[in-house]
Each structure stands twice: as structure tokens, then as C-alpha cells.
Design a protein around this ligand. Sequence first.
Ligand SMILES: [Zn+2]
Length: 410
Amino acid sequence: MATLLLRNGRVIDPVTATDAILDVVIREGVVVTVGPPPEADAAAAPPDSDVEVVDCSGLLVTPGLIDLHCHVMTGLGDFCVEADQVGVDMGVPVVVDGGTSGVATFDISRRAVIDHPDTRTKVLAFIDPNQLYLATRDFICHKLTIANDLKNLDMASLEASLARNADVVVGLKARACHVGDDQHSPFLEAAQQAGGPLPVMVHLGRFPHTPVITPAALLRSMRGGDIITHAFRGAGGMIGADGKAIPEFRDAVDRGVVLDVGHSGTDFRFKEARRLFEQGYRPDTASTDLNVFNIGGPVYSLAETLTKLLALGLDLHDVVAMGTSNVARVIGRSDELGTIAPGRPAELSVLRLRTDGPFPVSDGVETVQSPAALEPIGCVRAGQWVPSAGVASFAATGRTWTDAAEGEDW
Ligand SMILES: [Zn+2]
């Protein structure tokens, strides 16, 4: 197999605290060397070997971006986008489906998407603990009130599915519906019980047709390592009347509950984010919740979501970590993802840090001028170079919004 050389890029690796001009040499899907040019290339690639060179001069080379929350089980309902469209084609080698599927439809979903030979992106998934669950445009499992029906839970089947799919399922996605007591969600509890040490991602917000437990009860129910997605949404109940984070939120963060962006159309607000950032609460992970409602704006891409965090004044190194190493840690995959090191699977992203702005970015309501922007150039997926092309952004399209109504998110 040919050698791939990412030449002369600015390598930012949060795990090793690297920020330096380096060459990365890849062969047979594995990182061979990371070192200063040109010594690294000569050592790794014999003079007459077949070398594909990607000139990364002036570009960032990071561990492969991981989108912790998007919806890519196309063909299961009508809500998902193609994995490669939001994955490798946007410079993101690894995506995690945010619980589009419940147990009964998971195996066919993995065959159709995750394991399909045409899928180039590495797809991992959160699974909903219900037997029948699918995210659709019309919230069908909520409309039919099966998202809050205890008959939809089967612990033995759920546990068997988790064991069978342990190679791709990184956790569970619970919709914290209740069956009369707004302090307890049997569905969240089932997810935590069946998953054991696996993280449970919880959607902060409501659903039509079925009630969810209160925000305070939700926060009290979460364990260290569990994930609040949409953590920086407006009207999420995280901030009290005094403008401060509510005690349950502070306690949850102190326990190690993970704060995930989960942008979506309605679930990330600059205003709310600023208030939480000012109180010291920043995202651990920066995911998109990309789906049919928001890919055409205001979300666009993971890179655009990272740009929005730069626009709010976060440090570049921290923002890179929110899209790479922090995500790997949260999903328990730090042994293979989230850093660039010899012997590791070659999943990397190449981005241009543009400073020739300002670059307007929109949360769907408010537009902010960012001094810098991250533009996807390509990624290395399982050792293969995949260039990005024509990734849309608000700056390029001026389009803030599709026709999604408030609450159309998962
Ligand atoms: Zn979602």
C-alpha cells in the first residue's frame, strides 16, 4: 500500500500538547511517524516507494474530528442525512449517530449504514433503550405515545443488543420521558442500568406529545460521564431567575456530567452560551446534531460549529479538543481515537484556520462576526486521504435558517 505523507502542516494534538510544524507519515492505515520535516519523511518512506503527498503548508493537522451527535441512519424514517455527507466529505472521519434507532431496528440500521461497503465514514452510535424508537420529522414515537410506554422496554433484548453491537455502540441515547412522576424517567433509568459503564446521552429539552422530567430532576439523575446534549440551548432550564446556573447544574458538572453543544436548529444560542461561559461552564464536546432540518442552516457542519466557539472567544487548542480528544474520551475510545501518534489508526483532519475575516456565523437567531474560521480541507480516514469540497457555511450562503419550528430537534 502507498505511503501517505501530510507534509509541513501545523499539527495540533491536545493529548500530547503539540503545536508545531510537523510531517505525518501514514502507511497501511496506521500513523508511522510524526516528526519535523524532512527527517520524518525520509525515515518512513524509502526513496523509491510510492508516496502520496498532501501539502499541508499553512494548514492545521488535527486528530480526526469526531461529531458526537448527528443523525445518519438514512432510510430509517425521514430525518437523517448521509453519513459521508456530514462525515468524510466535511473533513470529519468519525461520526456518532445520536440515537436515531431503538433496539428492534438497530441491526438493520447498522447493516444498511455502519457496515455498508459504500459508507466511507467511521460511524459509531448511541442506541435508544426502547424496542421501537426512531427519530422522524413528525416525532412518530411521541405521537403514538410509545416513547413513554413501559411496554416498549425489554431489558433482556436491550442488553443482548448492547453485547452484540459493542463494536459500534458507544452509549445510549435516552429521551427522559416519564409515566406520571415528573421526577423519574424509567427510560433514562433503563438506559443507565443496561449500559452499565457506557455513557447515556440525554436530550435537554422537550418533545411534542409526551412529557419529560423536569430539568432539575434530569440533572440529578445523571451520573459522571453521562452527556447533556443541547447543553447551551435557550430556555433549557439550566439558568435560574437570578441569571446563575441552577444548583443541580453545578452539581452535575462537579460530578463529571459532560456538556455537549448538540447545536441543532434550535439548541445552541450564543446568548445562553455566553452566560454559561462567563460562569465557567464551557463545552466538553462540540457536536452538531446535523439532520435534514439544520444542514442547510444554521448548523452546516462540525467545522462551522467549532468556528462559532472561536467566535465566542474560546481558545483554538481548546476548541480542537472539543472536536477530537475530548470526544474520544467521552465515548471511551481514547485508546484508538483523539490523538496523533505512531501505531495509532490513521484518522486525521486537515483544516484551514482563516483569519482574513471577519466571518459571520449564526446560531439561527443571532449573527456574530468571528475573527477566525475553520474551513475543512480534507481528512484521513483509515489511512486514505479524502479531500473536502464545497462545504457550505453561513458566510458563503448567508442563509440562517431552514423552516424548522422551535422544538424540532432530537
Ligand atoms: Zn439529535
